[in-house]
Every structure is written in structure tokens, then in C-alpha cells.
Design a protein around this ligand. Structure first.
Ligand code: UFG
Length: 320
């Protein structure tokens, strides 16, 4: 039985669907502050907090959990800078409590949601796993702290982990019934599509004077189902009692302007853009080198074209 913390969230709910399709037994554990009950379709849902040690232990014992996929975390860079305490308490404190509950109850396998934010402003692109780790925001620091804790717990207690450093998650399941739904929404693709839909007047481009061909920031967009599949491969890897860290991206970069242009083509609508100041803390270019996960886990992304990724997000956005 797999315990999925944050399984009612964006990436969590897509992973749960893929796990169930593959025949895994899943129990979702989510406090529903960011996740949605409607996103948990085909698995059990226990509403609870990762910091509630006894509740986590009870769930582990009741369902016979043998591995954990841990998504539950706050994930907004800007918010993490305004309220670091909230991020350290939840992302670091909450995860430490979860790890204690796991070990107290004999569960020693975890897939951990990490982030490209652990690299900060990269020294080289594409970014490799051994590149310098130098997060420039609190969110990235909370994730790096946990990566280091996992290494220490592995050496001391034999806890096996796979840390997955996601680049920019995007898109939605082809079925169109689960997708990205954050409040507040801050991510580029959903905001661009809400503008195309007419829910927002315009999309603000944060900075047009970067050292890139069109002056806007470049990111590596990776489909949420491709991320989900990597978690399943990571679980299988953990069964052989090994630990590792992997990047997860498509390996190609798109600028903010290219994303908006692509969205205009996909939606056949004009999207009004307004050029504004840079957003503090945005690295210029983030592109993953994901060769390691391809080689070691045999991961192969299915959605390699940006227009295909945006198409799935558009279908979700237009569902009602
Ligand atoms: N952007 C705009 N206008 C907007 C929103 C975003 O121009 O209204 C730009 C951003 O400045 C950035 C790019 O679009 O250059 C992508 O921004 P997102 O907010 O969609 O994503 P980020 O790259 O900032 O964040 C992602 C993840 C974080 C992770 C971070 C690592 O969502 O969880 O990558 O840097 F921490």
C-alpha cells in the first residue's frame, strides 16, 4: 500500500491516477488546505496533517503502508519569502514529523517532491544533478534541507529515498477531469489560458530585459503525467533498496513570450500581454538535463512538445 501525502493536489492527484491504473493500492493523506476533495477520484482519502504523528502512524498501520510518496508542501516562491516561518514549519517541520512517524512504524521508503529551485541561479544549463545547489528563495531552501535530511537518515537509519527535482510542471490529464487549480494562481500557463478564456484581462510579462533572445525568462515545461510516471519508476527503484536524486524536465527551454505565442496558436485567441518589471528572485534560464533519470530509471517523457502540453491544460481550463 502506498501512502500519498498531498494526493489531492495538482501533481499528487495525477500521480494517484497513474498509480491506480498500474494496479497499486493507494491511500491519499491530505489536509485539503491546498488540495481538493474532487481531485481524489478512485482512492481512499484520509483528511489529516503530516505533522500529526499519531494520525500518520494509525494510517500506516491500518492500511499496511510500505512506501510513501510525499507531495504535501507549500510551493509558492513569493509567499515563502513573505512568510518563511510558515514554509519552514510546514515543509521542514511537517516532513520531519512524517519521517518520524514512518520510521516509528517501520516504513523506510519515500519518494520526495523536490524542485529546480534547489539550484537557484544556475552556473551552467542544462542543469545536471551535481550542479551547484544554491537556492535563492525560502521555498527552495526548505526542499534542500529535506534532501539533506533524507541523506542523513539513509546513512543512519537505512531510510531509502528518491528525491525528484521538478522543473516547471504543466498540463492536465487527457481525461480533462483533473488539472491545475491553485489559489491564488501564480503560474504562467494557467494565467495565460485564463486570459485566453476571458477570465483575466491580460497577462503580465515579468521582465523583457533578460539576457535571452527575446528578453524574457526561459523555463523547461514538463507534463504532469510525465512527472507522475517518474514517481512510479522511483517506487520500483526503491524496492531494490537504493536511494538517488533526479532532475525531471523535458530538456528544452521556452521563453515567456514563446509560451504566450504557443497558447495563442493552441487556443486560436488573442492574448493581451503587458510588459512589466522583473519579478524578484526569478532565475533567467532553467533547463534540466534529465539524462540521469532516463538512464537509471528508464523514464521517457510522452509529452515533449509545448503545444501538446498546453492543449491538455486548455482542455482542462475549458471544461465548464
Ligand atoms: N511569469 C510571467 N507572468 C506571470 C507569471 C509568470 O511573466 O503572470 C513568468 C515568470 O516570471 C517566470 C515564468 O513566467 O519567468 C514561469 O513562472 P511560473 O511562476 O509559472 O514558474 P516558476 O518558474 O517561477 O516556478 C516554478 C515552480 C516553482 C519552483 C520554481 C523553480 O512553479 O515551484 O519553478 O524556480 F520553485
Amino acid at each position: 500500500m502506498i501512502l500519498v501525502t498531498g494526493g489531492a493536489g495538482y501533481i499528487g492527484s495525477h500521480t494517484v491516477r497513474r498509480l491506480i491504473k498500474k494496479g497499486y493500492d493507494v491511500v491519499v493523506y491530505d489536509n485539503l488546505t491546498k488540495g481538493h476533495e474532487w481531485a481524489v477520484k478512485d482512492s481512499k482519502l484520509v483528511v489529516g496533517d503530516i505533522s500529526d504523528h499519531d494520525r500518520v502512524c494509525n494510517v500506516i498501520k491500518k492500511y499496511g503502508v510500505d512506501s510513501v510518496i510525499h507531495f504535501a508542501a507549500y510551493s509558492l516562491v513569493g509567499e515563502s519569502m513573505e512568510d518563511p516561518q510558515m514554509y519552514y514549519i510546514n515543509n521542514v517541520g511537517g516532513t520531519m514529523s512524517l519521517l518520524k512517524a514512518m520510521m516509528d512504524c517501520g516504513v523506510k521508503k519515500i519518494v520526495f517532491s523536490s524542485t529546480a529551485a534547489v539550484y537557484g541561479e544556475p552556473e551552467e544549463v542544462p542543469i545536471k544533478e551535481e550542479s551547484r545547489l544554491n537556492p535563492t528563495n525560502v521555498y527552495g531552501r526548505t526542499k534542500l534541507i529535506i534532501e539533506n535530511i533524507l541523506k542523513d537518515y539513509d546513512m543512519a537509519y537505512g531510510l531509502k529515498y528518491v528525491s525528484l527535482r521538478y522543473f516547471n510542471a504543466a498540463g492536465a490529464d487527457d481525461a480533462g477531469d483533473i488539472g491545475e487549480d491553485h489559489y491564488p494562481e501564480t503560474h504562467l500557463i494557467p494565467l495565460v489560458l485564463k486570459t485566453a478564456k476571458g477570465e483575466r484581462k491580460d497577462i503580465k510579462i515579468y521582465g523583457t530585459d533578460y539576457s535571452t533572445p527575446d528578453g524574457t525568462c526561459i523555463r523547461d515545461y514538463i507534463h504532469v503525467n510525465d512527472l507522475a510516471d517518474a514517481h512510479i519508476l522511483a517506487l520500483e527503484y526503491l524496492r531494490e533498496n537504493r536511494s538517488n536524486v533526479f532532475n525531471l524536465g523535458n530538456g528544452s527551454g521556452f521563453s515567456v513570450k514563446e509560451v504566450i505565442d504557443t497558447a495563442e496558436k493552441v487556443t486560436s485567441r488573442n492574448i493581451k500581454r503587458i510588459e512589466t518589471e522583473r519579478r524578484p528572485g526569478d532565475p533567467v534560464v532553467l533547463i534540466a538535463d534529465s539524462e540521469k533519470i532516463k538512464k537509471v530509471l528508464g523514464w521517457k517523457p510522452q509529452y515533449t512538445e509545448l503545444d501538446k502540453i498546453i492543449e491538455t491544460a486548455w482542455r482542462w481550463e475549458m471544461k465548464d
